[in-house]
Design a protein around this ligand. Sequence first.
Ligand SMILES: *[C@@H]1O[C@H](CO)[C@@H](O)[C@H](O)[C@H]1NC(C)=O
Ligand SMILES: *[C@@H]1O[C@H](CO)[C@@H](O)[C@H](O)[C@H]1NC(C)=O
Length: 370
Amino acid sequence: MKYSLSLLSTIASLALAAPCTRQSGSNPSVDGLNFVIDGKSGYFPGTNAYWLPFLTNNADVDLAMSHVAEAGLKILRVWGFNDVNTVPANGTVYFQHHADGVSTINTGEFGLERLDYVVSAAEKEGVKLIIPFVNNWDDYGGMDAYVTGYGGSDKTSWYTDAKIQSAYQAYVKAVVSRYVKSTAILAWELGNEPRCSSCDTSVINKWATTTSAFIKSVDPNHLVALGDEGMGLKGGSEYPYTNAEGNDFALNLAIPDIDFGTLHLYTTDWGVSNNSWGNDWVKNHAAVCKSAGKPCLFEEYGIKGTHCGDELEWQATSLSTTGVAADLFWQFGDTLSGGQTANDQYTIYYGSDDWKCAITDHVSSISAAA
Ligand SMILES: *[C@@H]1O[C@H](CO)[C@@H](O)[C@H](O)[C@H]1NC(C)=O
Ligand SMILES: *[C@@H]1O[C@H](CO)[C@@H](O)[C@H](O)[C@H]1NC(C)=O
């Protein structure tokens, strides 16, 4: 069903030309419920390697990027943030320092020049990047690093504090402006898994509306997404379906400058014991995306330790459900000059046995379906 739909939308976009395509040139774009990459409309495989911009060895970046490309993974999500309250020793990568109510962007060789290198490596290999600007979590600083630097204590104030939002926008503008002409950007993301616990859903919605419009004003040529976990929607009574974390999936997807929806999937971490629950989680998001007329990106998913069991069902569901246009497993692993990259038990290492069943076979199914 999905494939006949994507064929129809390809024909429709040829007939109607411009109105269906949201972007121009060779930047990735969306076309109905699909992504368009290098002129091809369809479903794309990808992965996450949050750590890639924090490596200081160019050869490591090149090697990891070449493995991603060689595997046929077209989309790669990396962290575009690294916030600190204390400047680390020379040689340690950070992107922004917050202290005494002042934010300072590190554009140096151990600052945004590292992200520059990742973008240029992606350009060389034809890989398309997704780059979020802030973390909900404290890893690599996150929203808490801003709140601490501005003397606050309430994390949820991050979304509404004028000084913090002005620092965040200055950072967004600095990053976006660097790559405004790059064809290696699939999308800018407002944040990684933004949550505002016990907040009214209007808080995140208002912030997302303002920020997405701001990004488009700086860079009208790339896609923009929220980067949320996809919480807050109809389809179940379990915690991720509720508005407990301040998210309303359909409300946020309706924001005019948000081009596609994102969903993450972790069962055990979310207190869900039956992994099959994940298949409905994917389908319920796809239904919202379908009615919004924007694609869903199955952006993060994984199961600790076991990568070739229920996770494969989630992939198959994603590929066969109209409304989902790409999936990015969490997370990519490789063996580089310093040994193996971060292992959080979700990691699937390039060249391992799990790599074949979880990535090589999946990429083949996607090609076969196209
Ligand atoms: C930081 O380290 C780099 C490379 O090791 C060196 O080139 C640079 O001069 C150092 N900067 C400072 C301020 O020490
Ligand atoms: C898990 O959920 C699936 C589908 O929702 C159901 O068919 C299956 O029986 C459940 N398994 C257990 C052990 O509850």
